[in-house]
Ligand binder design. Structure first.
Ligand SMILES: NC(=O)c1ccc[n+]([C@@H]2O[C@H](COP(=O)([O-])OP(=O)(O)OC[C@H]3O[C@@H](n4cnc5c(N)ncnc54)[C@H](OP(=O)(O)O)[C@@H]3O)[C@@H](O)[C@H]2O)c1
Length: 245
């Protein structure tokens, strides 16, 4: 959709950060915000993902900024948020779609390095992002934070102990953060996807019927709703987005 002709521009000129904005879900979330008029900054590690996103953004490319950094690095996250505030003067929305999955391994067989990586990608990322953005959001007296957790946070299948533990902890962290933020105008919520219909999942599970899997674009709609004024009463929620799965 071309800027200026948006039928539904709830985020016109809002400043949005999508951590992991080039991933299977992040890509769709970033495009959805751009289509509704937002200025979007995304984080990524691989340049290729950002090039694909930039290409897909078409007429909205000038509203898209990419930042190559590791969101588990405290100094890098702080520096990025400071840069966004210097350039945009505000940050209205932060969506953390960074995560990682190690599964199919029993807990006692899981390498400590993989365990630490699950905590870093699925828990520490959200902590560092909240730590960097909340003080500034409090100053501007408003903001919306959405952290992408997983169905695994509440449905603890075999072979996914570290991932489930990290996602469950992330939901608890955001719930407690929401309690900290009551009455401030800054809202924080979690989203719990089941298996998403991404390219990576299709490749990993080629024999599964993926027609039922929730599409990234449909989850993006839920994310945008949560970040919009229509959701001003929703704070400290963990929203399942399982579709028919
Ligand atoms: N896919 C699913 O079926 C599913 C199901 C339930 C929950 N979830 C959760 O939903 C979220 C999105 O999943 P997804 O499938 O879209 O993931 P994804 O495709 O792996 O995308 C992750 C994104 O985060 C970026 N990223 C990863 N580590 C980073 C780091 N340390 N610093 C900065 N950026 C980093 C990646 O960039 P690069 O690609 O450049 O590395 C990519 O943009 C995750 O939290 C995931 O756990 C996914």
């Amino acid at each position: 959709m071309i800027r200026g002709t948006q039928m539904n521009a709830r985020f016109s000129d809002k400043s949005v950060l999508v951590a992991g904005g080039t991933g299977g879900l992040g890509h769709a979330v970033s495009l959805a915000f751009l289509e509704e008029g937002a200025k979007v900054a995304v984080t990524y590690r691989e340049q290729k993902g950002f090039d694909v996103l930039k290409n897909a953004a078409r007429a909205n490319t000038s509203s898209l900024q990419g930042h190559k950094l590791d969101v588990t690095d405290e100094a890098a996250v702080k520096q990025l948020v400071e840069r966004i505030f210097t350039e945009q003067q505000r940050l209205d929305v932060v969506v953390n779609t960074v995560g990682g999955y190690v599964g199919g391994v029993k807990l006692w067989e899981l390498e400590p390095k993989a365990f630490d990586q699950m905590l870093a990608l699925n828990l520490r990322s959200g902590y560092l992002i909240a730590r960097a953005v909340v003080p500034a959001m409090l100053k501007q007296r408003g903001g919306a934070i959405v952290n992408i957790a997983s169905k695994a946070a509440v449905d603890h299948a075999a072979g996914a102990a570290a991932y489930a533990a990290a996602k469950a902890a992330a939901v608890a962290m955001i719930d407690s953060l929401a309690a900290d933020l009551k009455g401030t105008g800054v809202r924080a919520n979690s989203i719990l996807p089941s298996i998403i219909d991404t390219e990576v999942n299709r490749k990993a599970m080629p024999n599964v019927d993926f027609a039922q899997w929730p599409k990234p674009e449909d989850i993006a709609r839920v994310v945008l709703f949560l970040c919009s004024d229509d959701a001003k009463l929703i704070h400290g929620a963990a929203i399942p987005v399982y579709g028919d799965t």
